[in-house]
Ligand binder design. Structure first.
Ligand code: G4P
Length: 530
């Protein structure tokens, strides 16, 4: 097998959206095209339903099931496509941020009627910060929605993207006739009254061709001509390099439910989306074509079945060939490790794999040795960057409710934090532990899991913190920093890596603190060191 060819044919990406925009439906349609599933509905059943916010057990159960759909792989036109699932539920946004460290590109799904929604904004911002190449899919064109040009404006303004339309809708909602594929210069129309089937694309390199009037009607044809002319004038032409550098985002229109525009998206995707990219380690840039294996853990999934307490650590291969039973260095612990049953993922199953290539995700069984962000190599001391913690939005003290089980409690907390369920801070002043989460739901999850998996009990106590700010003094020995530490003593804590964190109680406090101590920088993410 040709190693370079294997790398070149891989496309590892994630689909991001605000819940309900159509991520699951689109994923499913892509899998159908890839022949990876036979019928619609297969992925859907694993979805965390929006109504389930109060029912955390249901969510955890579904998270358990979703191990199988964490990575959905299929082959399309000889390209190996790995879709990394990103939870849509906002309480699991941290999971999504972490998964984004393992993708080489993303597809952003936007609902044509709702436009850009808050969750999309947050996720796109993370992708923008990391210059991840993005394609935009505007979905649900079979419904009445916003005007296409208004939407493009919204995408540019709210998401800070620079767009280039690759297709354009003809009509919308009831009048939705199809799309003009600017990329391939083809007209794709619905056929049949029920808008369920799609005609083969008709080549239309010259829109002034009067045949267009015959096919879609004079009015629609004129409108389309004007719109395409406007697009040519206003928007930059597609440029592969700019797209790959995260400076230009191609936009597609369609309807995932009706299978419309999905094939065009997939065809363009395999053509333009990047194969596995070089990745920055703290020490150096690692190229995917390097022969020696490197990879990192971006997700840990606990097995919810109490009889099988093991966890599955998901490793993204960055370079080299991962081989079953080969000895690797677990850099953080300095230990040699071997994996006798690494898993590869397919659409609805996982199976033991002999070797995997850059871009692939390998699942390994773990009994508590791995942490998110851990690096594996063939001996080199490398540490991949970019698994940041963001400031949690909720903070509570955690108290031990069963003094006989304090060891279990701390072990449990430790392991749950390694999985990335929440963040733990230890107050400098008195050593009390504070759990910070993105959603309130995680507190129930932690309590339940501590009890059922570790036999420990905890209670919570509210803490009036607003944000965790990672502290970076210009000069750790300066009087200003010493004064800052003295005055803010009660609000200072260490995160799990031992970094200094200021738990600010309001936006006002953050402002005041920055004004008073300008040489002490406050960051809302742990990833501020370049
Ligand atoms: P998500 O994963 O982003 O949360 O969204 P999901 O695919 O579950 O889609 C959310 C809802 O939008 C679903 O309806 C889905 O059928 C619908 N949908 C997705 N794509 C399209 C589209 O192109 N056109 C139209 N009209 N609807 C679309 P639901 O009623 O919530 O679920 P279900 O009862 O259909 O399963």
């Amino acid at each position: 097998m040709d190693f370079f060819k294997e790398i070149e044919r891989r496309r590892t990406f994630g689909i991001i959206s605000h819940p309900d925009a159509g991520k699951t439906t689109l994923t499913e349609k892509l899998l159908l095209f890839g022949g990876a599933i036979q019928e619609a509905g297969a992925v859907k059943n694993n979805k965390i339903k929006k109504g389930a916010t109060s029912d955390f057990m249901e969510i955890e159960r579904q998270r358990g099931i979703s191990v199988a759909t964490s990575v959905l792989a299929f082959i399309y036109k000889d390209k190996k496509i790995n879709i990394l699932d990103t939870p849509g539920h906002k309480d699991f946004a941290e999971d999504t941020f972490r998964t984004l460290t393992a993708v080489d590109s993303v597809i952003v799904v936007i609902d044509v009627a709702k436009g850009v929604e808050p969750q999309t904004e947050k996720l796109v911002e993370v992708c923008r910060m990391r210059s991840i190449p993005m394609l935009v899919f505007i979905n649900k064109l079979d419904r009445e929605g916003k005007d296409a040009f208004d939407l493009l404006d919204e995408v540019e303004q709210k998401l800070g993207l620079r767009v280039t339309p690759m297709s354009f809708p003809i009509g919308m909602g009831y009048d939705f006739k199809g799309i003009y594929n600017i990329w391939e210069k083809k007209l794709n129309l619905f056929s049949g009254d029920n808008k369920t089937s799609i005609s083969e694309g008709v080549e239309f390199s010259d829109l002034s061709n009067p045949e267009l009037d015959t096919i879609i009607g004079e009015t629609a044809a004129d409108t389309l001509r004007e719109e395409i002319e406007l697009i040519d004038e206003v928007y930059p032409a597609f440029n592969q390099e700019e797209y790959l550098e995260g400076k230009l985002q191609p936009v597609f229109f369609g309807s995932a439910l009706n299978n419309f525009g999905v094939k065009e998206l997939l065809e363009a995707f395999i053509e333009i989306a990047p194969s596995p990219q070089p990745k920055k380690a703290e020490e150096r840039l690692v190229d995917s074509k390097e022969e020696k294996l490197t990879g990192f853990v971006f997700k840990i999934h606990a097995n919810m079945d109490p009889k099988h307490r093991d966890r599955l650590a998901f490793i993204k291969i960055v370079s080299g060939t991962f081989k079953r039973n080969a000895p690797y260095l677990h850099v953080r612990t300095g230990k040699k490790v071997k994996f006798s049953s690494p898993n590869a993922f397919f659409a609805e199953r996982k199976e033991i794999v002999e070797e995997s290539f850059p871009g692939d995700i390998v699942g390994i069984h773990d009994t508590g040795n791995f942490k998110i962000g851990d690096t594996l190599t063939e001996g080199e001391a490398l540490n991949f960057k970019g698994i940041p913690s963001f400031s949690p939005e909720h903070f509570r003290y955690v108290n031990n409710a069963d003094p006989m089980k304090s060891k279990q409690l701390y072990k449990g907390l430790d392991q749950l934090m390694d999985e990335g369920v929440a963040q733990l801070f230890t107050l400098d002043m008195n050593g009390r532990r504070v759990v910070g989460t993105v959603g309130a739901l995680q507190y129930e999850v932690i309590q339940y899991r501590l009890e059922h998996e570790y036999g420990a009990k905890c209670t919570y106590e509210n803490l009036a913190a607003h944000k965790a700010c990672w502290v970076e003094p210009e000069n750790p020995k300066s009087d200003e920093f010493i004064d800052f530490k003295r005055v803010k003593q009660r609000y200072l804590a260490k995160d799990k890596q031992g970094q200094l964190v200021f738990l600010a109680d309001s936006e006002f406090t953050i402002q005041m603190t920055q004004n008073k101590y300008p040489s002490v920088k406050l960051h809302f993410t742990s990833e501020f060191k370049k």
